[in-house]
Design a protein. Structure first.
Length: 330
């Protein structure tokens, strides 16, 4: 058939709305058009996909190819659309059979050789796929963070040729085994190592038990930073929902997620020269800031008096409401 539809997911903060990748091949002068509000990296997929298809041993159709990423009003960015676009072209040109992808979503950036490369911000997409009861095909290089998901059939792919072989009745793609460590790693810094300071330690215990904000004041060298750095050692491990939420934020920020200590609560210590945007998040392509990275954990602002006024002022609403809300004019 000359029309194929596959599914993937976009990245919108820590949310991952579903995107339909529609590929239509028609008669006419050879052309390759991508529509649906694609940004630069998505438009450049045309060259990556063409080379990946040819280097995987398939023919690239010398016809008019139109790729629609729906919904059209949702911005699409990144290389995650390469794989579903390539599979859609091969299916529409009747070189592979994609009926096995009806209940699956596909992610992956393609190298010119056809290799499936790692993508960023995958974890929120997998969480959304799990809620929608969809399977997933992901690059093998994303194995580590994908191991955190249970009850979600995830297949690993190393190349476009491997996926196509599987869809055409060849060897099935390997299925990822989830791994959720239940042990607690030994803390590198323990509050029990601090001798004396009984009133300060008691205050830390109360703050940890009730989830309270805490301001520590005193002359230099009295152990304020030492005590604060050991607060994590008396906090309980996160439950799975909390850990998944924190891991999703790290994934969106392109930070590694370690399955061995993913239940440990975050501990963020921004430098006193940090800007307000770096604290609350934002930018041209909005990303979470230090406050969001400390979600479910501890945000430690050492030498607080040295922070600039603008950075201190942006803390006001997050401290009062417990939420981060960024408004943009465009």
């Amino acid at each position: 058939m000359s029309l194929t539809q596959l599914k993937t997911r976009a990245q919108l903060g820590i949310h991952a709305p579903e995107v339909r990748v529609e590929v239509h091949i028609s008669n006419g002068l050879p052309a390759f058009t991508v529509v649906g509000l694609p940004e630069t990296a998505v438009r450049e997929a045309r060259d990556r996909v063409r080379s990946a298809i040819l280097n995987s041993g398939f023919e690239f159709p010398a016809r008019r190819i139109t790729v629609n990423l729906a919904p059209a009003d949702l911005p699409k960015e990144g290389g995650r659309y390469d794989l579903p676009i390539a599979l859609g072209i091969l299916s529409a040109s009747e070189q592979i059979e994609t009926s096995g992808l009806a209940d699956k979503v596909c992610f992956g950036e393609l190298a010119l050789s056809g290799e499936c490369c790692r993508i960023e911000g995958l974890l929120p997409a997998l969480i959304a796929s799990k809620k929608a009861r969809q399977g997933a095909i992901i690059p093998g290089q994303n194995r580590t963070e994908a191991m955190l998901l249970q009850d979600l059939p995830i297949q690993l792919a190393t190349s476009l040729a491997e996926i196509c072989s599987s869809l055409n009745g060849g060897k099935a793609l390997p299925v990822l085994d989830p791994m959720l460590p239940q042990h607690r790693p030994e803390p590198t810094m323990d509050l029990a190592e601090v001798y004396g300071q009984y009133r300060a330690k008691r205050a830390l215990e109360i703050a940890a038990a009730g989830g309270h904000h805490m301001l520590m004041m005193g002359p230099p060298g009295t152990g304020k930073s030492m005590l604060a750095q050991r607060l994590n050692s008396i906090l309980p491990l996160m439950n799975e929902d909390e850990a998944m939420s924190s891991a999703s934020i790290r994934s969106v920020c392109q930070l590694p997620v370690n399955p061995d200590n993913w239940l440990e609560r975050p501990f963020q210590t921004p430098h006193h020269t940090v800007s307000g945007i770096a604290l609350v998040g934002g930018g041209r392509n909005p990303k979470p800031g230090e406050i969001s990275l400390a979600h479910n954990g501890v945000l430690f602002l050492d030498e607080f008096a040295e922070f600039n006024r603008a950075a201190i002022e942006v803390l006001r609403e997050p401290l009062e409401t417990g939420r981060i809300h960024i408004s943009r004019a465009s």
